[in-house]
Write a protein that binds this ligand. Structure first.
Ligand code: BGC
Length: 384
């Protein structure tokens, strides 16, 4: 356990040193990254695995497919998964798909061909893995959908994620309370932005938030000057900051350049919120600054949050999710029941996928130290 903590601390230090933020370019091209990862793990993790020959995993190979290195969180998720699985005695084939569906499919094909015993997959597009997962099923390889549900496939064995509906309702409630919608007269102006249409999570994030905000739109207390309120219209391909920024530059130019105040922006996550904040910095002059939501507590966003440019984010402790998935893998490998706490919510089009939902927590300037610094998620210096 001490070793695991030391290893996690080392990983945190790596983040501190690299200052990894969400707009970083992939360190290597996908093919290169693949070769590197095949060539072997980081030295620290490797030594750790060698030092624990008696661990329960017996060296079985686990494939971990992450969507992209471009966003901070997936680097953390991948690093934690790899370190924790190796600590438990497994070998890990960790791959990042460069947000390219074909790349992720071929990485999964390789994992199957290389004899992976379990696949853990954070999909790029939840609906594009049917064929490759059919191969996994033929080979009796259990599949854990990681964070994002994989749709329309009967090969998905389990799902581990955060309570995504709760993420959305927390964001909606934050805006409701910050604008005091139940008591203030309004009307207040609001704009919306969510993530990639191929990510099933947006149906929970956005619909969860709208379950809180829609009544206020209906009664006219909230008004959306751009008229862009539909999920398909406010979606952002690949959750890209640049795309979010240019959409908001257009919205601001068309609806707010005459001095109209913008009171709130519902942004489903931090990478899209960052685009909104960049657009506001470039071309919004009203003294009223909007209440902006987010999710992930990315480093770049935490800096903005501390400076008052974003009101809240939702903290999803990726250490907790990774640890839960390692428990799942271990239970599967031992023929035991994995931890499951939801058997109703996540229907992937073929059936309900038994899930474990971790708890998201709202993060503001008032509690970020307690959530992020005191728990060792970040150092204070990383947020300066
Ligand atoms: C994750 C979010 C993340 C987003 C963009 C979603 O599926 O749940 O945490 O911000 O993808 O990567």
């Amino acid at each position: 356990m001490k070793k695991l903590l030391a290893l996690l601390l080392a990983l945190v230090m790596v983040f501190a040193l690299t200052g990894c933020i969400q707009t970083v370019a992939p360190a290597t091209e996908p093919a290169e990254a693949e070769a590197e990862e095949e060539a072997e793990a980081e030295p620290a993790a490797e030594e750790e695995a060698e030092a624990e020959p008696e661990a329960s995993g017996d060296g079985a190979l686990v494939g971990v497919a992450m969507p992209t290195k471009d966003l901070q969180r997936w680097n953390q998720d991948g690093d934690y998964m790899k370190a924790m699985l190796e600590e438990a005695g497994y070998q890990v084939d960790l791959q990042y798909g460069a947000n390219d569906i074909a790349t992720q499919v071929s990485q999964l094909e390789n994992m199957i061909a290389n004899g992976c015993k379990v696949l853990v997959i954070a999909s790029i597009d939840g609906s594009s893995l049917g064929t490759v997962l059919a191969q996994a099923k033929e080979n009796n390889i259990p599949v854990i959908a990681y964070d994002r549900l994989i749709m329309n496939s009967d090969a998905v064995t389990y799902y581990a994620t955060f309570d995504n509906w709760l993420v959305g309702t927390k964001q909606g409630e934050f805006i409701r309370d910050a604008l005091d919608l139940d008591n203030a007269d309004g009307p207040f102006n609001i704009e919306f932005i969510t993530g990639d249409p191929g990510d099933n999570n947006i149906n929970f994030f956005f619909d969860g938030a709208m379950s809180i905000l829609q009544p206020y739109l209906d009664e006219g207390k909230l008004v959306c000057p751009s008229g862009q309120t539909e999920k398909a219209v406010v979606a952002t391909a690949a959750w890209a900051t640049d795309a979010a920024q240019s959409r908001f530059e257009n919205i601001l130019a068309a609806n707010y350049s005459d001095g109209t105040p913008l009171h709130a922006v519902l942004a489903s996550n931090d990478s899209t919120a960052l685009g909104v904040e960049n657009a506001l910095a470039a071309s919004y002059t009203n003294d009223i600054y909007p209440v902006i939501t987010g999710q992930d507590c990315d480093i770049a966003i935490m800096k903005n949050l501390i400076e008052g440019k974003q009101a809240m984010s939702v903290f999803k402790d990726t250490r907790t999710l990774a640890a839960k998935v390692v428990e799942m893998v271990d239970a599967i490998m031992k023929g035991e029941e994995p931890p499951i706490n939801d058997t109703e919510t996540y229907d992937n089009g073929v059936g309900i996928v038994p899930s474990f939902l971790c708890e998201p927590v709202g993060c503001t300037v008032d509690n970020y130290k307690e959530l992020l610094i005191d728990t060792g998620y970040y150092t204070e210096d990383q947020l300066k």
